[in-house]
Design a protein around this ligand. Structure first.
Ligand code: ZN
Length: 283
């Protein structure tokens, strides 16, 4: 008798484990402003974040990025094949950002006035914005990221900028001091989506797409070594550090975007080797 009950229980358990689809949700990453989350939702047919429909790979992979000043509460909505909806509340930790004063910039780079220059700035911003809108099925972000250049960190994500004494937009990248000509490596696999020899603010500019709206942008480059549309591998040399655009000296400014949301690259790589200046703890 007991044996029969045991078998029945086992059969019921097997039914739940093997027959009913598991609706497991895994979210991995930094739940802080500027953070990136890689999600895996088994069996979900669609995923929405703050009402926005996200690309979900065949294996159920999706990503979410939190902006510099992202709201501290957000909702993730998962839809399953059987029509069921699940809501997950997400809590994001607030960060504090420092203020960075930079002096000695050419005045026309801080307060451009000529109509031609303003037109050029708008045109260049539109090109960059378009490249960042790409929502490609590649999942290169899944392999992790490496530093594109090793050097001293001279500027961090999110800092409030005061240029020549004038408050300006926050800094969204991480500045790594390095001499002109130093090789810049691709932080992950990807596709080159933008190559520009000289933008007004960012100088020689390169964008690499890592899939699902996540892209790396490199600023102030001396030279590009890849072409638009080219596939690149993690660690491949794609450019050379320079001092083009609005700079006081040679360095690499590495930015990451999830569409129009600014992501902190420093959260995606190990600590900078042999650097005196470390990233302040984001929490
Ligand atoms: Zn910078």
């Amino acid at each position: 008798m007991n044996k029969i009950i045991y078998r029945q229980i086992l059969a019921v358990l097997c039914f739940f484990v093997f027959v009913l689809p598991a609706q497991a949700l895994n979210l991995d990453g930094n739940f802080v402003q500027g953070g990136l989350i890689i999600g895996k939702a088994d069996q979900a047919t669609s995923v929405f974040f703050q009402g926005k429909s996200l690309r979900v790979s065949a294996r159920g992979i999706f990503i979410i990025g939190f902006d510099r000043d992202a709201p501290l509460q957000a909702v993730l909505k998962l839809k399953y094949a059987n029509g069921k909806l699940k809501h997950h509340k997400i809590t994001i930790t607030k960060r504090t950002y420092n203020t960075q004063q930079i002096n000695g910039l050419p005045p026309e780079k801080v307060e451009p006035k000529s109509a031609n220059i303003l037109k050029r700035i708008r045109k260049e911003a539109a090109i960059v914005k378009k490249a960042r809108q790409l929502d490609a099925p590649r999942t290169d972000f899944n392999q992790g990221f490496i530093w594109p250049v090793i050097g001293e960190i001279t500027g961090v994500y999110g800092s409030q900028r005061v240029l020549n004494g004038k408050p300006r937009r926050p800094h969204y990248g991480i500045d790594i001091s390095a001499p002109t000509g130093m090789p810049v490596k691709s932080p992950a696999d990807g596709v080159v989506t933008l190559v520009h020899p000289d933008m007004f603010f960012s100088g020689g500019t390169l964008i690499i797409d890592h899939g699902h709206g996540l892209s790396s942008c490199f600023l102030h480059l001396h030279k590009h070594l890849v072409k638009q549309g080219q596939k690149v591998k993690q660690g491949q040399v794609v450019a050379q550090v320079g001092a083009t655009g609005r700079v006081t000296g040679a360095h690499l400014d590495w930015r990451m975007n999830w569409f129009d949301k600014r992501i902190d690259p420093a959260l995606l790589v190990p600590p900078m080797p042999n650097s005196k200046s470390q990233i302040p703890n984001p929490k």
